[in-house]
Design a binder for this molecule. Sequence first.
Ligand SMILES: C[C@H](O)[C@H](O)[C@H]1CNC2=NC(N)=NC(=O)C2=N1
Length: 101
Amino acid sequence: MAPQPLTREETEQALAGLPHWMTDGDSVSRTYSFEKHLPAAAMVVHISAIQEELNHHAELTLGYNTLAVSVNTHSVGGQVTELDIALARRIEAIAPGHGAS
Ligand SMILES: C[C@H](O)[C@H](O)[C@H]1CNC2=NC(N)=NC(=O)C2=N1
């Protein structure tokens, strides 16, 4: 069954439990900072493994010591669904282990 798009209010409620994540109404996103480049790159690989497990994939933009994550659900026309929130929660859970802040 196709996931149901969340309203903006539902999205903001869900993000209340995910500090530093934000929404523009069409996606949820967060930018992480690192001390160095390689830990940021390693977190990309770790996120990629989670994404394959969930079959849900974010846009990941790797900078020198930053990693920007942005995700929405393509199958419902690029809206936010619980699948995006679930991925954001999984990413948040691994972030401290990569020294991301
Ligand atoms: C065929 C495959 O299941 C789909 O393309 C998956 C893969 N990853 C995905 N990722 C995201 N963000 N949205 C999707 O709708 C989506 N669909």
